[in-house]
Design a protein around this ligand. Sequence first.
Ligand code: AKG
Ligand code: FE2
Length: 298
Amino acid sequence: MAKLVNADTQQHELQKLHLACKDWGVFQLINHGIPSTSLRNMGNQVQRFFELPLQEKKRWAQRSGSLEGYGQAFVTSADQKLDWNDMIFLKCLPIQNRKSDLWPQNPPEFRETLEIYSEDIREVTISLVKFITMSLGLQDTQISESFREGLYEIRMNCYPPCPEPERVLGIVPHADNSGITLLLDCADFPGLQFLKDKKWVNVEPIEGAIVANIGQIIEVMSNGIYKAPEHRAVVNKLKGRFSIVTFCYPSPHMAIGPSDKLIGEGNAAIFKKLTHAEYFSKFFNRDLDELFIDSLRV
Ligand SMILES: O=C(O)CCC(=O)C(=O)O
Ligand SMILES: [Fe+2]
């Protein structure tokens, strides 16, 4: 990530970050420190995995009742239109959370590339969250440091070309339940869109950049100053697209609630304080007719 050198420049950059987090909840990171060759390797491994024959990919298929492994997102109702999406979802950090039987051994460098990539993403996350808390005016490093022992879960998406792209979505509109999400877009045409002022806005892929968006945990910690933006993926008639999406969560020991420094003196907490376990239990038992974020309000 760009080193912020003098105090004026730093204040100016923090103000820009503040506006990006407040008005958009999403921005593109350049000069983040991960070499572009390493991003390219990761993209290549994921593409090579998805291009394997179905029977081969199924060696790492999801087990019943879990999203981890190769497969598709949960079907939540019988009349649901399915996402035009194939994925492999793997818990990457901490290392003890890895289910190595679900980590592909084909292509042969897949595992090692993913190991390196997840460590790189963790470093970027810790510094990015530090700057995000600074842009909120918080002087503590407790939040950013909690991402050092955080959870890093990677969803690799494949959106095949679709003969009738206007009739389906790659991923239906949603906000992420993460702290932040870091997305590597492997395409050279847009597919990811964010809702801004009731309109869908394309993210134009920038070679070597990482798309960062605020997740609902940072929304809660910021007491709603920053919002987890709604987004979706659309598909293309002629071209397939891959994306590599890391959901970054703070340490499970960290409570999920508005930062103490942002409440009091006329600022009431708008979200409850929950343990990590309570937050996830609420998420997995959520009422699908209600927005998850609304169930977190006081
Ligand atoms: O692939 C994309 O562009 C979006 C993916 C996404 O939003 C997700 O996996 O949560
Ligand atoms: Fe998402």
